[in-house]
Design a protein around this ligand. Sequence first.
Ligand code: CA
Length: 708
Amino acid sequence: LEASKIYNLSCGGSTYQIIMPDYYGTSEFEEKYTYSGNDLGANWSKDSTVFRVWAPTAETVAVNLYESGDSTAEDLIETIPMTPDANGTWVAEKTGDLNGVYYTYKVTLDEKNGKENEACDPYARAVGVNGQRAMVIDLEATNPEGWEEDKNPNAGFTFNDAVIYELHVRDLGTHESSGITNVGKFLSLTEHGTKTPGGVPTGIDHIKDLGITHLHILPMYDYGSVNETKLDTAQFNWGYDPVNYNVPEGSYSTDPYHGEVRVKEAKQMVQSLHNDGISVIMDVVYNHVYDAGKFCFNKIVPNYFSRVTPSGVYSNGSACGNDTASERAMVKKYIVDSVLYWATEYHIDGFRFDLVGLIDTETINEIMEAVHAVRPDVVFYGEGWTMSTELTKKGYSMTTQTNSTLVPGFAFFSDTIRDGMKGSVFNASERGYVSGASKLESLIEDCFIGSSGTWCTTPAQTVNYASCHDNNTLYDRLQLSCPDATREDLIKMNNLSAAIYMTAQGIPFVHAGEEMLRTKINPDGSFNENSYNATDEVNQIKWDTLEDEVYADVVDYYKGLIAFRKTHPVLRLTTAEAVAEHVSVVDMEEPNVTAFHITGGLEGETADAMYIVFNPNKEAKEITLPEGKWHVCINGENAGTESLETVSETVTVEAISPLVLVQGENAVSAGSNGSSANGAGGVGAAAAVLGVAAVGVGAYFFKKKKEK
Ligand code: CA
């Protein structure tokens, strides 16, 4: 009997299915074939290269050396037989300088029956076009100048200090108004001084000016859905279809044919972002591969990488055709090695795990332990939805929201706050807290204190957001659910949701372009809710909209929110205990209104107290304030670190608006970055309207300036 097959036993007129034990998962297999060395792949030196591959089920293995990385070229240099070595690995050494030589493994699984596969190296550090051949590489030669000094500019942060911005590489530069030269390339993120025809900054200058701290880049490893030999034709994909986990995507490089180019340019991008004060987060998709049957690891060790159900088909909890068997020893090692490699070789500062609910908690904890041993500043989060998958071994828990206590230090996207604010992503016409739904006060209160209802016990594990690349953009969603709302009200809803997640306890996350009312419109005029393979025209950031004051004001509002958050450590507490000590939910009589009283007394916190009110109602509401004078820093129109006016006793919270008030002698900044933080005309305009109150504010600023 063969371990991989299913047999039927007929007995007394009934048929019974006999499922063989999963041989890969047996302790016998794992004890014999778990290799723990760190030299898998092609290990280059000037004098020789040593190849090592894990192929315990192979009869023989050989290395094919090629002139080029193009798998259609017949340019074999030679085939070198490999020798069986420790724990199911095979080794071969070739003398000479092999930097730039391409290679594959020829794996004979069953010579008698002609079962032989040619595969790329799962541990490839560089590949040729479309990732079918690996390349031997001198990694040090790909380091840009000054790389030794390059480091995470925000290394001292706790995760709650981060403000994440999620971007697809192509979306940055494909619109004609971007002014970007390296359209769709890693290098587009190194371009400064780019502007719209009307002179508004675009690209990385815009992102930097916004004040975000961490740039989350949609998949940038080598993926399969864009043909790298046809980059002159229109192609777009988000890239959630991994082909080579340890290599940057070729279409984002200026030359996908030469393996070292993408490696060098990805490093240049990271270095440039670091120089701009921005940390870099990579979106990693270990939960499934582009094509399980063709994935190199599975070609070398048949179906070892992927979960197979008892009926012999790939488990498909990912809905992408296959699920990764992270619980298997050498898959676990592979994922740990891969994340550690990006954190060290490419200086990546954070990892966002796609569908991490398909990966076991043991693997995630091993990843964090390995990376934090050398880079304690690296952050981890992911999509912790509960999914159905076919584990190959028993006794594993999956990395889901509800298991958050099993993976301390790993944060999860909060669909609770996302759907609570604007309605469920599964029903586009449903409204949320900011768009007119009622009875959501307690949900918003829970999210605000960083507990996200039931699944989260610490604000260090909740990523708060209103939108991301998936589903409709925030502005499109508001239009869909509120077809009769005016543009002014839609913008108020947009800004109210931003004010909620940007002041809530947890880690705020902005979808690129949300701050400029990003929209994804199909050619037929409908809104696109899943643009993974839509055109550039649907996906691109339309920079020229910033020439319209309405859009520019929304950008200023986000910028002010971010500046306010960064100024106040009391919004960035890392434990539930600290939240309980500093943040109280205020019992409000008005329906739908929520309010929070926050006390200072924290190192670095300039505010003695803070009072935050959200009014999603269509009418303004008057509320009573706690004793004392309060500075308004954020209302429905403006956001920033300066005082827009001072109020006491009672105050009106405008319709569909937040009101954020701070108290204390040094609670508001006095303008070194002030006017920019409060947006064009923020303080000035408010002061002109507010008359008497403005005099007080002005005097206050004067005093602060003199002290400086
Ligand atoms: Ca690719």
